[in-house]
Unconditional design. Sequence first.
Length: 207
Amino acid sequence: MQKNCTFSVFLCKNNARFMKKIAIFASGSGSNAENIARYFSGSREVEISLILSNRKDAFVHERAKKLGIPSYTFHKNEFDEGDLILETLRQYEIDFIVLAGFLLKVSQPILEAFPNRIINIHPALLPKFGGKGMYGDRVHQAVIDAGEKVSGISIHYVNEHYDEGNIIFQATCEVLPDDTADNVARKVHELEYKHFPKIIEKVVLNI
């Protein structure tokens, strides 16, 4: 596993034991990851301690550098086997994992190490339009093709099946007859930016 930057976030030792630490897994641009990190940047209770990606060229690494958060790239076989990933998570004392635009199915060793402590966001109203291969514009186009009048976001716990973990929160937006996939995507992204960090905070702090 390759480290992509040398930055780190430092905590006051007196406060560190009270801090809940989150690792974000992302595969692409990382706009949600950045939004989440900025939301918690002044928090004394929650810290985004680490960003992990399965892609070396993912723009999320650039965002991590800007934010001063360590980021690593891992290979799929490392993710599937789990030991190296879990050792890194232990080194950073990670309490929760957040998936933000992460496209791989979470491997069994990581699921077992973080029961009910892995949170994902899906850009549709589950259980519709979920499953393997359903991400990004594929989801929004499927919503339009199905003639849906509403779409939205589903924040849920992660289990061994794609998009089937218990739902924590959903929010909706209207789908108009002349909407394109891009139009729906913009509406859904607004919901993601508004709600995802707040729901993470509630789950992590049990409030």
